[in-house]
Design a protein around this ligand. Structure first.
Ligand SMILES: [Fe+2]
Length: 302
């Protein structure tokens, strides 16, 4: 059995280790607040607005521009990241309305959401193990964005789903930075997968936690599905966004962005084979080139 240090405050008695494997799914959304998610540090108002407008196709570009520019510090940080290698825009953007014109509303929402989530977890990123979690999330989102068009899916939605699929982990590590660092250490030492250790310590894994979080918001079904099922052994057919996010998440591991680098990873080609053959044939990605490209983009966070 794993010996894990319970996060403080201790809200529940210690329990036996959860069984390995995906475990029983919690109802999604969970009917009551799981104790581990009680009193989570709140997302910023602008992050909540961004999350809530993801599903609103009627929202006017001016409304999004207005509520981002209403927060000048955040707005400046959005522009900084928009002009960084992470998004590699063709033209430099100088204001949020300018960015909307140059790259479109969906891209601006994705950039701003990245900035908002980055700000949310910034207080814990001085812990190297937790910075690795954030880089794993970003690498997965970038890979999902790259894979999606070859699979006939929307690159922007794939990026957003890839970014949000681990929102439960980000929330847990912001609330329990020390305990989540222990999750990573103990998973590595005992060769457990992270979900098993999360359930042992928090009585909820990050998919279930994310499911509860997005269940509190008006999030699109494709986000909810990616959050809840991106670690499933085999999400049901037909091939769709959750499959791309799942493959991208595993590819990120094989490219060196695993949270548990000590554990054996399937090879890059094995995960590419997760794509249907007709899609895989359209993706001509060399792992070394891909890793260099992702690393160049991730420099924005170092
Ligand atoms: Fe995950």
């Amino acid at each position: 059995m794993l010996q894990v240090q319970h996060p403080q405050p201790v809200a529940q008695p210690a329990r036996a280790a959860a069984p390995s494997g995906p475990g029983p799914a919690l109802p999604c959304p969970h009917p009551t607040t799981p104790w581990a998610l009680d009193n989570l540090p709140p997302f910023s108002p602008v992050a909540l607005k961004l999350l809530n407008v993801l599903n609103d196709e009627r929202i006017h570009v001016d409304q999004v521009s207005r509520f981002i520019t209403a927060e000048p510090v955040f707005s400046a940080r959005v522009l900084q990241i928009a002009n960084s290698p992470l998004f590699a825009l063709q033209r430099q953007v100088t204001s949020i309305p300018h960015a909307v014109i140059v790259v479109g509303l969906d891209k601006v929402k994705a950039i701003a959401l990245t900035r908002a989530l980055g700000d949310y977890i910034a207080p814990v990123l001085r812990r190297k193990a937790l910075l690795v979690c954030w880089r794993n999330t970003l690498a997965g989102a970038l890979l999902a964005e790259m894979l999606a068009p070859a699979c006939g899916l929307d690159a922007g939605e794939a990026y957003t789903a890839g970014l949000l699929c681990d929102i439960g982990r980000l929330a847990l590590l912001v609330k329990y930075p020390e305990a989540y660092t222990n999750v990573i250490t103990l998973s590595g030492e005992h060769s457990h997968d992270l979900l098993t250790t999360e359930r042992t310590l928090f009585e909820i894994d990050h998919c279930q936690a994310g499911c509860w979080i997005v269940g509190q918001m008006a999030m699109p079904a494709w986000v909810q599905e990616a959050v809840a099922h991106h670690h499933d052994e085999e999400p049901a057919a037909p091939f769709r966004l959750v499959h791309v996010v799942r493959a991208a998440d595993r590819l990120a591991d094989t490219l060196g962005y695993s949270i548990l680098p000590s554990q054996e990873q399937p090879c890059f080609e094995a995960w590419m084979n997760e794509l249907p053959p007709e899609f895989a044939a359209r993706v001509n990605l060399d792992p070394e080139t891909l890793r260099a490209e992702i690393e160049r983009k991730l420099q924005a966070w170092s």
